[in-house]
Write a protein that binds this ligand. Structure first.
Ligand code: KIV
Ligand code: ZN
Length: 504
Protein backbone atom coordinates (compact mmCIF):
# COMPACT_ATOMS: atom_id res chain seq x y z
CA UNK A 1 0.00 0.00 0.00
CA UNK A 2 1.42 3.41 -1.00
CA UNK A 3 1.70 5.73 1.96
CA UNK A 4 2.15 9.49 2.27
CA UNK A 5 5.67 10.78 2.80
CA UNK A 6 6.03 12.96 5.89
CA UNK A 7 8.94 15.41 5.81
CA UNK A 8 11.06 15.52 8.94
CA UNK A 9 12.23 19.06 9.74
CA UNK A 10 14.82 18.81 12.48
CA UNK A 11 15.31 21.86 14.68
CA UNK A 12 17.74 20.35 17.23
CA UNK A 13 20.37 22.89 16.17
CA UNK A 14 17.99 25.84 16.58
CA UNK A 15 15.06 25.26 18.98
CA UNK A 16 17.05 22.48 20.70
CA UNK A 17 20.06 24.72 21.11
CA UNK A 18 17.92 27.22 23.03
CA UNK A 19 18.21 24.95 26.09
CA UNK A 20 20.38 26.79 28.66
CA UNK A 21 23.89 25.32 28.69
CA UNK A 22 23.41 23.42 25.42
CA UNK A 23 25.22 25.93 23.21
CA UNK A 24 27.39 24.23 20.62
CA UNK A 25 30.52 25.50 18.95
CA UNK A 26 30.67 25.53 15.14
CA UNK A 27 32.55 22.23 14.96
CA UNK A 28 30.04 20.44 17.18
CA UNK A 29 27.15 21.91 15.20
CA UNK A 30 28.60 20.61 11.97
CA UNK A 31 29.16 17.18 13.49
CA UNK A 32 25.52 16.92 14.52
CA UNK A 33 24.33 18.31 11.16
CA UNK A 34 26.28 15.63 9.27
CA UNK A 35 24.80 12.96 11.53
CA UNK A 36 21.29 14.36 10.92
CA UNK A 37 21.96 14.11 7.19
CA UNK A 38 22.99 10.49 7.67
CA UNK A 39 19.83 9.92 9.70
CA UNK A 40 17.91 11.09 6.63
CA UNK A 41 16.14 14.21 7.86
CA UNK A 42 14.61 16.26 5.06
CA UNK A 43 15.35 19.68 6.56
CA UNK A 44 18.04 20.73 9.02
CA UNK A 45 17.27 24.02 10.74
CA UNK A 46 20.89 24.86 11.46
CA UNK A 47 20.39 27.96 13.59
CA UNK A 48 19.14 31.49 14.04
CA UNK A 49 21.88 33.32 12.12
CA UNK A 50 21.10 36.85 13.29
CA UNK A 51 21.43 35.79 16.94
CA UNK A 52 25.24 36.07 16.81
CA UNK A 53 28.09 36.19 14.27
CA UNK A 54 29.17 32.80 15.67
CA UNK A 55 25.82 31.21 14.87
CA UNK A 56 25.77 32.77 11.42
CA UNK A 57 29.21 31.25 10.73
CA UNK A 58 28.14 27.87 12.13
CA UNK A 59 25.08 27.85 9.84
CA UNK A 60 27.35 28.77 6.90
CA UNK A 61 29.60 25.80 7.64
CA UNK A 62 26.61 23.47 7.78
CA UNK A 63 25.26 24.92 4.52
CA UNK A 64 28.58 24.26 2.77
CA UNK A 65 28.96 20.67 3.94
CA UNK A 66 25.45 19.18 3.95
CA UNK A 67 24.46 17.92 0.52
CA UNK A 68 21.27 15.90 0.82
CA UNK A 69 19.10 17.73 3.34
CA UNK A 70 17.61 21.19 2.90
CA UNK A 71 19.47 23.64 5.17
CA UNK A 72 17.22 26.24 6.80
CA UNK A 73 17.98 29.30 8.88
CA UNK A 74 15.46 31.11 11.08
CA UNK A 75 14.72 34.82 10.71
CA UNK A 76 12.31 37.24 12.35
CA UNK A 77 10.13 39.25 9.99
CA UNK A 78 12.86 41.86 9.79
CA UNK A 79 14.90 42.68 6.68
CA UNK A 80 18.24 42.59 8.48
CA UNK A 81 17.49 39.11 9.88
CA UNK A 82 16.53 37.89 6.43
CA UNK A 83 19.71 39.36 4.91
CA UNK A 84 21.90 37.60 7.48
CA UNK A 85 19.91 34.40 7.16
CA UNK A 86 20.33 34.34 3.38
CA UNK A 87 24.07 35.07 3.68
CA UNK A 88 24.32 32.06 6.01
CA UNK A 89 22.35 29.49 3.99
CA UNK A 90 22.99 30.64 0.41
CA UNK A 91 25.82 28.18 -0.25
CA UNK A 92 23.66 25.16 0.59
CA UNK A 93 22.67 22.74 -2.19
CA UNK A 94 19.06 23.37 -1.08
CA UNK A 95 18.73 26.50 1.07
CA UNK A 96 15.59 27.61 2.91
CA UNK A 97 14.71 30.86 4.68
CA UNK A 98 12.32 30.33 7.60
CA UNK A 99 10.51 33.53 8.59
CA UNK A 100 8.29 33.75 11.66
CA UNK A 101 6.01 36.29 13.26
CA UNK A 102 3.48 36.06 16.10
CA UNK A 103 -0.16 35.82 15.04
CA UNK A 104 -2.12 35.49 18.32
CA UNK A 105 -3.48 38.69 19.85
CA UNK A 106 -1.23 38.27 22.86
CA UNK A 107 1.84 38.13 20.62
CA UNK A 108 0.71 40.81 18.18
CA UNK A 109 -0.52 43.31 20.75
CA UNK A 110 1.69 42.67 23.78
CA UNK A 111 4.95 41.44 22.27
CA UNK A 112 5.03 43.17 18.90
CA UNK A 113 2.90 46.18 20.01
CA UNK A 114 1.06 46.26 16.69
CA UNK A 115 -2.43 45.62 15.45
CA UNK A 116 -3.39 42.60 13.36
CA UNK A 117 -3.35 44.43 10.02
CA UNK A 118 0.11 45.86 10.58
CA UNK A 119 1.41 42.41 11.58
CA UNK A 120 -0.12 40.85 8.48
CA UNK A 121 1.48 43.47 6.22
CA UNK A 122 4.82 42.85 7.87
CA UNK A 123 4.42 39.10 7.30
CA UNK A 124 3.64 39.66 3.61
CA UNK A 125 6.50 42.12 3.10
CA UNK A 126 8.95 39.77 4.83
CA UNK A 127 7.97 36.76 2.76
CA UNK A 128 8.23 38.86 -0.43
CA UNK A 129 11.68 40.01 0.68
CA UNK A 130 12.84 36.49 1.55
CA UNK A 131 11.46 35.28 -1.76
CA UNK A 132 13.64 37.81 -3.60
CA UNK A 133 16.61 35.76 -2.36
CA UNK A 134 15.40 32.19 -2.17
CA UNK A 135 12.69 30.12 -3.86
CA UNK A 136 12.18 27.97 -0.73
CA UNK A 137 10.56 30.14 1.96
CA UNK A 138 8.83 28.79 5.05
CA UNK A 139 6.51 30.99 7.04
CA UNK A 140 5.57 30.28 10.68
CA UNK A 141 2.51 31.81 12.31
CA UNK A 142 3.97 31.81 15.82
CA UNK A 143 1.45 30.85 18.54
CA UNK A 144 -0.98 29.63 15.86
CA UNK A 145 -2.92 27.40 18.27
CA UNK A 146 -3.97 30.51 20.29
CA UNK A 147 -4.68 32.66 17.23
CA UNK A 148 -8.12 33.83 16.11
CA UNK A 149 -9.03 31.30 13.39
CA UNK A 150 -10.34 33.76 10.83
CA UNK A 151 -7.20 35.94 11.16
CA UNK A 152 -4.95 32.88 10.98
CA UNK A 153 -6.57 31.88 7.67
CA UNK A 154 -6.13 35.41 6.27
CA UNK A 155 -2.43 35.54 7.19
CA UNK A 156 -1.75 32.12 5.70
CA UNK A 157 -3.60 32.95 2.50
CA UNK A 158 -1.71 36.24 2.17
CA UNK A 159 1.77 34.78 2.63
CA UNK A 160 1.06 31.92 0.23
CA UNK A 161 -0.01 34.50 -2.37
CA UNK A 162 3.42 36.17 -2.20
CA UNK A 163 5.35 32.92 -2.44
CA UNK A 164 5.64 31.04 0.88
CA UNK A 165 6.23 27.40 -0.06
CA UNK A 166 5.80 25.90 3.42
CA UNK A 167 3.31 27.05 6.03
CA UNK A 168 4.18 26.07 9.56
CA UNK A 169 1.52 25.99 12.26
CA UNK A 170 3.22 26.08 15.66
CA UNK A 171 1.75 25.21 19.02
CA UNK A 172 4.38 27.53 20.46
CA UNK A 173 3.43 27.22 24.12
CA UNK A 174 2.31 23.57 24.07
CA UNK A 175 -1.27 24.55 24.86
CA UNK A 176 -3.23 22.47 22.33
CA UNK A 177 -4.69 19.01 22.89
CA UNK A 178 -4.52 16.31 20.20
CA UNK A 179 -8.20 16.45 19.16
CA UNK A 180 -8.16 20.20 19.05
CA UNK A 181 -4.87 20.43 17.14
CA UNK A 182 -5.87 17.73 14.64
CA UNK A 183 -9.12 19.59 14.14
CA UNK A 184 -7.26 22.87 13.56
CA UNK A 185 -5.38 21.23 10.68
CA UNK A 186 -8.62 20.02 9.08
CA UNK A 187 -10.26 23.43 9.48
CA UNK A 188 -7.23 25.21 8.03
CA UNK A 189 -7.18 22.94 4.98
CA UNK A 190 -10.86 23.68 4.45
CA UNK A 191 -10.54 27.39 5.20
CA UNK A 192 -7.45 28.04 3.04
CA UNK A 193 -7.73 26.03 -0.21
CA UNK A 194 -4.31 27.40 -1.31
CA UNK A 195 -2.74 25.18 1.38
CA UNK A 196 -3.12 22.35 -1.13
CA UNK A 197 -0.34 23.92 -3.23
CA UNK A 198 2.22 24.25 -0.44
CA UNK A 199 3.67 22.06 2.31
CA UNK A 200 1.67 22.17 5.52
CA UNK A 201 3.89 21.80 8.56
CA UNK A 202 3.41 21.65 12.34
CA UNK A 203 5.73 22.51 15.23
CA UNK A 204 4.61 21.38 18.68
CA UNK A 205 6.05 22.15 22.10
CA UNK A 206 5.77 19.83 25.05
CA UNK A 207 4.55 21.99 27.95
CA UNK A 208 1.69 19.57 28.68
CA UNK A 209 3.60 16.50 27.50
CA UNK A 210 1.47 16.42 24.32
CA UNK A 211 3.94 17.49 21.63
CA UNK A 212 4.22 14.10 19.92
CA UNK A 213 0.49 13.35 20.32
CA UNK A 214 -0.35 16.72 18.75
CA UNK A 215 2.14 16.20 15.92
CA UNK A 216 0.82 12.78 14.97
CA UNK A 217 -2.79 14.02 15.24
CA UNK A 218 -1.83 16.71 12.73
CA UNK A 219 -0.21 14.13 10.45
CA UNK A 220 -3.37 12.04 10.54
CA UNK A 221 -5.32 15.06 9.46
CA UNK A 222 -3.12 16.09 6.57
CA UNK A 223 0.08 17.76 7.82
CA UNK A 224 2.97 16.90 5.48
CA UNK A 225 5.93 18.12 7.54
CA UNK A 226 6.66 17.86 11.26
CA UNK A 227 9.21 19.94 13.12
CA UNK A 228 10.93 18.08 15.90
CA UNK A 229 14.19 17.59 17.78
CA UNK A 230 16.37 14.65 18.72
CA UNK A 231 15.55 13.48 22.27
CA UNK A 232 12.72 16.07 22.29
CA UNK A 233 15.07 18.76 23.58
CA UNK A 234 14.09 22.40 23.20
CA UNK A 235 12.78 25.55 24.76
CA UNK A 236 11.19 24.94 28.23
CA UNK A 237 9.71 21.40 28.27
CA UNK A 238 11.09 20.79 24.80
CA UNK A 239 9.81 20.05 21.30
CA UNK A 240 8.18 16.99 19.78
CA UNK A 241 10.69 14.17 19.78
CA UNK A 242 11.91 13.10 16.34
CA UNK A 243 12.47 9.48 17.28
CA UNK A 244 9.01 9.12 18.86
CA UNK A 245 7.21 10.54 15.82
CA UNK A 246 9.24 8.46 13.38
CA UNK A 247 8.77 5.21 15.29
CA UNK A 248 5.07 5.89 15.87
CA UNK A 249 4.49 6.17 12.10
CA UNK A 250 6.62 3.11 11.45
CA UNK A 251 5.08 0.95 14.17
CA UNK A 252 1.46 1.87 13.36
CA UNK A 253 1.29 2.00 9.54
CA UNK A 254 -2.39 1.15 9.36
CA UNK A 255 -3.31 4.04 11.65
CA UNK A 256 -1.28 6.71 9.86
CA UNK A 257 -0.69 5.36 6.33
CA UNK A 258 2.35 7.59 6.27
CA UNK A 259 6.11 7.09 6.28
CA UNK A 260 9.31 9.08 6.65
CA UNK A 261 12.69 8.63 4.94
CA UNK A 262 14.50 8.34 8.26
CA UNK A 263 17.10 5.58 8.50
CA UNK A 264 15.87 4.38 11.89
CA UNK A 265 19.07 2.41 12.51
CA UNK A 266 20.85 5.76 13.00
CA UNK A 267 18.42 6.93 15.71
CA UNK A 268 20.26 5.68 18.77
CA UNK A 269 23.64 6.94 17.65
CA UNK A 270 22.15 10.37 16.87
CA UNK A 271 20.47 10.49 20.26
CA UNK A 272 23.75 9.69 22.03
CA UNK A 273 25.66 12.26 20.02
CA UNK A 274 23.15 15.03 20.76
CA UNK A 275 23.03 14.12 24.45
CA UNK A 276 26.79 14.24 24.77
CA UNK A 277 27.61 17.26 22.65
CA UNK A 278 24.81 19.30 24.19
CA UNK A 279 25.34 17.76 27.62
CA UNK A 280 21.68 16.96 28.18
CA UNK A 281 21.18 13.52 29.74
CA UNK A 282 18.45 11.29 28.35
CA UNK A 283 16.04 10.17 31.05
CA UNK A 284 16.16 6.35 31.51
CA UNK A 285 12.47 5.86 30.71
CA UNK A 286 12.54 8.07 27.59
CA UNK A 287 10.62 6.31 24.80
CA UNK A 288 12.77 4.78 22.03
CA UNK A 289 16.22 5.94 23.24
CA UNK A 290 16.15 5.79 27.07
CA UNK A 291 18.38 3.17 28.70
CA UNK A 292 15.26 1.32 29.94
CA UNK A 293 13.28 1.62 26.71
CA UNK A 294 13.99 -2.01 25.81
CA UNK A 295 14.87 -3.37 29.28
CA UNK A 296 12.51 -5.94 30.75
CA UNK A 297 12.82 -6.26 34.49
CA UNK A 298 9.82 -8.17 35.83
CA UNK A 299 10.08 -11.97 35.88
CA UNK A 300 6.83 -12.43 33.99
CA UNK A 301 7.97 -10.06 31.24
CA UNK A 302 11.41 -11.67 30.98
CA UNK A 303 9.77 -15.08 30.70
CA UNK A 304 7.49 -13.80 27.93
CA UNK A 305 10.39 -12.19 26.06
CA UNK A 306 12.42 -15.40 26.17
CA UNK A 307 9.48 -17.33 24.69
CA UNK A 308 8.68 -14.77 22.01
CA UNK A 309 9.96 -11.18 21.99
CA UNK A 310 6.66 -9.92 20.58
CA UNK A 311 4.92 -10.64 23.91
CA UNK A 312 6.28 -7.40 25.38
CA UNK A 313 8.10 -5.69 22.51
CA UNK A 314 6.41 -3.64 19.79
CA UNK A 315 9.72 -2.60 18.20
CA UNK A 316 13.09 -4.29 17.98
CA UNK A 317 16.03 -2.48 19.61
CA UNK A 318 18.03 -3.19 16.42
CA UNK A 319 15.47 -1.17 14.44
CA UNK A 320 16.69 1.99 16.17
CA UNK A 321 20.33 0.95 16.08
CA UNK A 322 20.72 -0.51 19.57
CA UNK A 323 22.99 -3.51 19.21
CA UNK A 324 24.06 -6.07 21.73
CA UNK A 325 27.84 -6.36 21.56
CA UNK A 326 29.42 -9.33 23.23
CA UNK A 327 33.12 -8.83 22.60
CA UNK A 328 34.88 -7.11 25.48
CA UNK A 329 38.26 -5.42 25.45
CA UNK A 330 40.91 -5.42 28.15
CA UNK A 331 44.06 -3.44 28.91
CA UNK A 332 45.93 -5.97 26.79
CA UNK A 333 43.85 -5.31 23.67
CA UNK A 334 46.07 -3.56 21.18
CA UNK A 335 45.34 -0.69 18.87
CA UNK A 336 44.09 -2.96 16.09
CA UNK A 337 41.43 -4.57 18.30
CA UNK A 338 40.31 -1.22 19.67
CA UNK A 339 40.15 0.31 16.20
CA UNK A 340 38.22 -2.72 14.90
CA UNK A 341 35.71 -2.47 17.74
CA UNK A 342 35.30 1.25 17.19
CA UNK A 343 34.61 0.67 13.48
CA UNK A 344 31.95 -1.85 14.45
CA UNK A 345 30.39 0.83 16.64
CA UNK A 346 30.47 3.23 13.69
CA UNK A 347 33.41 5.43 14.74
CA UNK A 348 36.04 5.98 12.07
CA UNK A 349 38.47 8.36 13.75
CA UNK A 350 41.42 10.29 12.42
CA UNK A 351 44.84 9.20 13.68
CA UNK A 352 45.35 11.96 16.23
CA UNK A 353 41.97 11.63 17.89
CA UNK A 354 42.20 7.83 17.79
CA UNK A 355 45.46 8.07 19.71
CA UNK A 356 43.81 10.26 22.37
CA UNK A 357 40.95 7.78 22.66
CA UNK A 358 43.37 4.88 22.86
CA UNK A 359 45.38 6.50 25.67
CA UNK A 360 42.18 7.15 27.61
CA UNK A 361 41.06 3.58 26.90
CA UNK A 362 44.32 2.21 28.39
CA UNK A 363 43.94 4.51 31.40
CA UNK A 364 40.41 3.23 32.08
CA UNK A 365 41.17 -0.41 31.20
CA UNK A 366 44.03 -0.42 33.71
CA UNK A 367 41.48 0.14 36.44
CA UNK A 368 38.41 -1.63 35.03
CA UNK A 369 39.03 -5.22 33.96
CA UNK A 370 36.72 -5.38 30.96
CA UNK A 371 35.73 -2.59 28.60
CA UNK A 372 32.36 -3.20 26.95
CA UNK A 373 30.98 -1.63 23.78
CA UNK A 374 29.01 0.89 25.85
CA UNK A 375 32.14 1.84 27.82
CA UNK A 376 34.11 2.30 24.63
CA UNK A 377 31.36 4.41 23.02
CA UNK A 378 31.32 6.60 26.10
CA UNK A 379 35.10 7.06 26.05
CA UNK A 380 35.07 7.92 22.33
CA UNK A 381 32.14 10.30 22.63
CA UNK A 382 33.71 12.17 25.54
CA UNK A 383 37.01 12.56 23.69
CA UNK A 384 35.45 13.75 20.44
CA UNK A 385 33.22 16.25 22.23
CA UNK A 386 36.11 17.88 24.09
CA UNK A 387 36.82 21.57 23.66
CA UNK A 388 40.44 22.79 23.53
CA UNK A 389 41.62 22.21 27.09
CA UNK A 390 43.06 25.16 28.97
CA UNK A 391 43.50 22.82 31.95
CA UNK A 392 44.24 19.12 31.66
CA UNK A 393 43.25 16.77 34.45
CA UNK A 394 46.28 14.89 35.77
CA UNK A 395 45.12 13.22 38.97
CA UNK A 396 43.56 13.54 42.39
CA UNK A 397 43.53 12.18 45.91
CA UNK A 398 40.61 12.07 48.28
CA UNK A 399 40.35 11.63 52.02
CA UNK A 400 36.77 11.07 53.06
CA UNK A 401 34.54 9.21 55.51
CA UNK A 402 31.76 9.86 57.99
CA UNK A 403 34.26 10.61 60.83
CA UNK A 404 36.40 13.11 58.98
CA UNK A 405 36.13 16.34 57.01
CA UNK A 406 36.47 15.41 53.35
CA UNK A 407 39.69 16.66 51.80
CA UNK A 408 40.50 16.64 48.10
CA UNK A 409 43.78 17.31 46.38
CA UNK A 410 43.74 17.81 42.59
CA UNK A 411 46.55 18.09 40.09
CA UNK A 412 46.04 19.93 36.78
CA UNK A 413 48.30 20.92 33.91
CA UNK A 414 48.14 24.30 32.23
CA UNK A 415 50.55 24.55 29.31
CA UNK A 416 53.82 23.26 30.78
CA UNK A 417 52.91 24.17 34.33
CA UNK A 418 51.76 21.55 36.85
CA UNK A 419 49.31 22.96 39.37
CA UNK A 420 48.37 21.27 42.65
CA UNK A 421 46.08 22.40 45.44
CA UNK A 422 43.80 20.98 48.13
CA UNK A 423 40.47 21.94 49.66
CA UNK A 424 37.98 20.68 52.19
CA UNK A 425 34.24 20.47 51.63
CA UNK A 426 30.95 19.01 52.77
CA UNK A 427 31.57 15.84 50.84
CA UNK A 428 34.23 14.49 48.46
CA UNK A 429 32.61 16.05 45.37
CA UNK A 430 32.18 19.41 47.11
CA UNK A 431 35.82 19.35 48.27
CA UNK A 432 37.00 18.44 44.76
CA UNK A 433 34.94 21.18 43.14
CA UNK A 434 36.25 23.76 45.61
CA UNK A 435 39.78 22.61 44.84
CA UNK A 436 39.24 22.92 41.07
CA UNK A 437 37.84 26.42 41.57
CA UNK A 438 40.98 27.42 43.50
CA UNK A 439 43.18 26.01 40.74
CA UNK A 440 41.41 27.71 37.85
CA UNK A 441 40.80 30.95 39.79
CA UNK A 442 37.05 31.11 39.13
CA UNK A 443 33.93 30.22 41.11
CA UNK A 444 31.17 28.10 39.63
CA UNK A 445 27.57 27.63 40.74
CA UNK A 446 26.57 24.00 40.27
CA UNK A 447 23.06 23.98 38.77
CA UNK A 448 22.70 20.32 37.80
CA UNK A 449 24.66 17.22 38.60
CA UNK A 450 23.86 13.86 37.08
CA UNK A 451 25.85 10.69 37.68
CA UNK A 452 25.09 7.35 36.12
CA UNK A 453 26.70 4.01 35.45
CA UNK A 454 27.31 3.26 31.78
CA UNK A 455 27.02 -0.49 32.28
CA UNK A 456 25.94 -2.80 35.07
CA UNK A 457 28.30 -4.24 37.70
CA UNK A 458 30.20 -2.77 40.62
CA UNK A 459 33.13 -1.76 38.43
CA UNK A 460 30.92 0.03 35.88
CA UNK A 461 32.24 3.16 34.20
CA UNK A 462 30.65 6.23 35.82
CA UNK A 463 29.52 9.12 33.65
CA UNK A 464 28.97 12.55 35.23
CA UNK A 465 27.17 15.45 33.55
CA UNK A 466 27.07 18.89 35.13
CA UNK A 467 25.67 22.34 34.34
CA UNK A 468 27.60 25.15 35.96
CA UNK A 469 26.99 28.88 36.04
CA UNK A 470 30.27 30.72 35.55
CA UNK A 471 30.36 34.52 35.37
CA UNK A 472 26.61 34.66 34.67
CA UNK A 473 26.54 32.10 31.84
CA UNK A 474 25.76 28.42 31.90
CA UNK A 475 28.31 25.83 30.76
CA UNK A 476 27.88 22.09 30.71
CA UNK A 477 30.52 19.47 31.37
CA UNK A 478 30.94 15.75 30.92
CA UNK A 479 33.39 13.27 32.44
CA UNK A 480 33.80 9.51 32.70
CA UNK A 481 35.89 7.29 34.91
CA UNK A 482 35.56 4.03 36.85
CA UNK A 483 35.97 6.30 39.90
CA UNK A 484 32.82 8.40 40.28
CA UNK A 485 34.59 11.27 42.09
CA UNK A 486 37.11 11.44 39.27
CA UNK A 487 34.26 11.38 36.69
CA UNK A 488 32.67 14.26 38.64
CA UNK A 489 35.96 16.19 38.71
CA UNK A 490 36.50 15.70 34.97
CA UNK A 491 32.95 16.92 34.26
CA UNK A 492 33.42 20.06 36.38
CA UNK A 493 36.76 20.82 34.76
CA UNK A 494 35.22 20.23 31.32
CA UNK A 495 32.63 22.95 32.11
CA UNK A 496 35.43 25.36 33.09
CA UNK A 497 37.36 24.50 29.92
CA UNK A 498 34.23 25.39 27.94
CA UNK A 499 34.11 28.68 29.77
CA UNK A 500 37.76 29.39 28.96
CA UNK A 501 37.30 28.30 25.32
CA UNK A 502 34.51 30.89 25.00
CA UNK A 503 36.11 33.69 26.96
CA UNK A 504 39.83 33.73 26.50
O1 KIV B 1 7.80 27.55 18.82
C1 KIV B 1 7.74 28.30 17.82
O2 KIV B 1 6.71 28.90 17.50
C2 KIV B 1 8.96 28.45 17.04
C3 KIV B 1 8.85 29.19 15.75
C4 KIV B 1 10.01 30.07 15.53
C5 KIV B 1 8.64 28.22 14.64
O3 KIV B 1 9.98 27.94 17.41
ZN1 ZN C 1 9.58 26.30 18.84
Amino acid sequence: MATRKIMIFDTTLRDGEQVPGAKLNAKQKLEIALQLEKLGVDVIEAGFPCSSPGDSQAVKNVAKEVKKSIVAGLARAVREDIDICWESVREAESPRIHVFLGSSDIHVQKKLRMDREKAMNLAVESVKYAKSYCSDVEYSTEDASRTDFEYLCRVIEAVIKVGATTINVPDTVGYATPDEFGDLIIRLREGVPALDKVTLSVHCHNDLGLAVANSVAAIRNGAQQVECTVNGIGERAGNASLEEIVMTLRTRPTVFQAHTDINTKEIYRTSRMVSRLMNIPVQPNKAIVGSNAFAHSSGIHQDGILKDRRTYEIMKPEDVGIKEHTMVLTARSGRAAVRHKMKELGFDLEKEIFERVFQRFINVADRKKEITAKDLSSIVEVEISKVPETYNFLGMQIMSGNQTTPLSSVQLKKGDEILTDAAIGNGPVDATYRCIERLVGHQGKLLDYDLKAITTGKDALGEAMVRVEIEGRIYSGLGTSPDVIEASARAYLNAFNRYFANNV
